[in-house]
Ligand binder design. Sequence first.
Ligand SMILES: [Zn+2]
Length: 306
Amino acid sequence: MSSDSDKDKCEVCSDQMATFIPSGGFDGIHQNCPRCGEFKISGTACSLIRQPHGKDKRAKLSGWVRAQNRNGTVPLITSETLQKVSESPLPSIVERAYGILIEAEAGMKGLGESFNILEPRFLAASYSSNKQDLHFLLSMLKEQRLAEGKTLAGGCEILPGGYMRLEELKRKSSSSTKGFVAMSFQVDLNDVYSNGFQLALVNSGYEPTRMDKVEHINRIDDEIINQINTSKFVVADFTGHRSGVYFEAGYAMGIGLPIFWTCRKDEMSDLHFDIRQFNCIDWDTTEDLAQRLQSRIESILGRGPR
Ligand SMILES: [Zn+2]
């Protein structure tokens, strides 16, 4: 049972009162917030976040916590997490709108039950920092006949098309633990694959896949499309500037998969301008790559099940 006495301002979003959860021996704060969900935050991260911290940054962290909860983890926010999450790009508008659908379904007790978009959890689920964003995303869902608002007080309903889209999303995300690595097949990068990409994926709990057999064909065939379609995410490395990598990353983006962008430091300046806007890991050594890619994957997707 909770009372007002064991509630405090949420350290993540700072606009809700969160329940304080006592956790013996942990040198930090453990809270459960109606907007963000449950998390632990270290003392150092707490003092960092208490300094002026933009609404957008808080919205991103809040969305990240909720996504972690959905994956079944109560995340520990350290100063490193704060930095990583604030550096990571915001999910696409389409993903943010789907976030509303997923959250609505998660809170349902019966089939076809309505939900209230004004509940604070929807702000986090859609990475929104204000109600205007939320209403914009809801109008997108309405336009697509996936969900619609029913009452002025925030009552909404998922439409049949929305349930079908949720099925597709679930099939895509639950079944796959595979990370597709798109990279150049230069012989001198073989070690980078084994001790860099492969290691990062395995250590973060995912199954690495690479299509080296298509090396000599040098075209995108059905097998590659099939591999990407059945992957959870794509790692695109631009070292060597193989044109196929640009295509594979573009294709993966089109179907809404998360992409991890990487390129060896000495080739960063040759990177195509379209790619430069993304937060690219400019790796130096194979060890550097393995370590930074692993922590980026874990901070964005959470640890994989493997
Ligand atoms: Zn919160």
